[in-house]
Design a binder for this molecule. Structure first.
Ligand SMILES: [Fe+2]
Length: 414
């Protein structure tokens, strides 16, 4: 049975500290590359091609795109005489890096019956071999200077590993059959103990990443922020609580909703969280294990920011800010902060004070998305081991709900 192991609250270094630097990098690189293929292994070539909506990408494309990333930013720039595997692949598998050249339309990634899944496997092997060879031949100083780039490459591939799960689940959820990615998959166990609320007294706190360990540029600069007084819900909101919201007509009461949210709910005909289906009068949920009955004690999942906000208003509460979440998580006051569902905050995805994107094409990684999106904190059951940390800022548009997204509430006592 496959159950995603719990994720440590703190950053687990991707690169170990034993052996030569070349060996450490090679081990870390191959571990990440293997995980991508492990996640793709249950998928047929047909499964790997499907793009069930513009926001999702085919598994085959994910496998090739992360490979292009290594070819483009490591081998192409630092391996003298490197020959690309195929001259067309940069166009097909560049995602959004304008600085790296023209690219195929995102919404048409599912049109690419060729290259085949086997050809993508050959592409991956070509690049794996070239990267390992590069590690074995480069000087220690050269490798040391490239560690930040290599860590971005590995963490980038881990982000796509999560998307491989969310994207294939969305595709399978459109299928009437309905398929299971892994018939033995079950929702990870959750924790529900202690007081319902944790109190943050008023104080000035450091927010953001403070050390040199790996982080994305959007987690810096660390800065001071006034937080509290506020109470945060220790536990994640459950399906039982969400059913109460639904049974009370939550999806139909315009007064509970942001205007854009109510329009999105009407347009998309939302009456329940994403991937829920009503069969013979009973709600069921499409999961990586196929269609399952709703576990009322499990955290609600696949909700948009709009729905989270409406639920909070219905509850007479609020969504926390990302700063409040970070302060409570640093104090280990939140149950299931990591490894179950990402948690919506009401913080817009904006630059921290003094933020500047890094120079070059990789400056396009985060900074240019800092508008019209909301921050989610924690991590989800699909997040790879070692990819979570307390300063991590995930972000999606407020109407997105195909990720593993849930919520916990904030209470200001008013
Ligand atoms: Fe990417």
């Amino acid at each position: 049975m496959y159950v995603t192991p719990p994720v440590s609250a703190q950053h687990a270094a991707t690169i170990s500290a034993t052996g030569s630097l070349a060996q450490q990098l090679s081990d870390a690189f191959l571990t990440v590359r293997h995980e991508t293929e492990r996640r793709a292994a249950p998928l047929s070539p047909e499964d790997q091609l499907i793009q069930s909506m513009a926001d999702a990408s085919p598994a085959k494309w994910h496998r090739a795109h992360v490979t292009w990333f290594w070819e483009q930013f490591l081998l192409g720039e630092h391996q003298l005489g490197y020959k690309v595997f195929h001259p067309d692949y940069a166009y097909l598998f560049n995602s959004y890096y304008v600085s790296a050249g023209p690219r195929h339309a995102r919404a048409q990634r599912g049109h690419l019956t060729r290259p085949s899944a086997d050809e993508v496997t050959a592409y991956r092997r070509h690049v794996d071999d070239a990267v390992v060879k590069f590690f074995s031949e480069a000087s220690e100083d050269k490798l040391a200077s490239l560690v930040p780039l290599l860590e971005v490459g590995m963490n980038h591939e881990q982000q796509h590993q999560e998307l491989m799960y969310t994207d294939i689940l969305h595709a399978f959820a459109q299928n009437p059959i309905p398929p299971a990615y892994d018939a033995d998959w079950r929702m990870p166990a959750t924790t529900r103990d202690g007081d319902a609320w944790t109190t943050l007294t008023e104080g000035i706190h450091t927010i953001g990443h403070t050390s040199d360990s790996f982080h994305f540029d959007n987690e810096k600069p660390a800065h001071r922020a006034l937080v509290g007084p506020v109470k945060l819900q220790r536990n994640l909101v459950t399906n039982r609580e969400w059913r109460d919201f639904m049974d009370d007509g939550g999806y139909d009461k315009a007064t509970l909703w942001l205007m854009d949210g109510f329009a999105a709910a009407a347009r998309e005909e939302w009456q329940a969280p994403g991937h829920w289906r009503k069969i013979d009068g009973e709600w069921q949920i499409m999961t990586l294990g196929g269609l399952q009955t709703i576990d009322t004690d499990a955290p609600v999942c696949h909700i948009s920011y709009y729905e989270a906000d409406a639920f909070a208003r219905w509850s007479g509460k609020h969504l926390p800010t990302e700063m409040e979440w970070e302060v409570a998580a640093r104090a280990n006051s939140l149950n299931d902060a990591y490894g179950i569902v990402w948690q919506w905050t009401r913080s817009s995805y904006a630059p921290y004070p003094g933020y500047r994107a890094i120079e070059g094409a990789l400056g396009e990684y985060n900074g240019k998305f800092m508008v019209n999106q909301y921050v989610l904190r924690g991590s989800s059951l699909a997040t790879p081991q070692g990819h979570s940390r307390v300063t991590y800022r995930n972000f999606f548009y407020p109407y997105h709900r195909w990720q593993f997204t849930g919520l916990r509430l904030a209470d200001y006592g008013n």
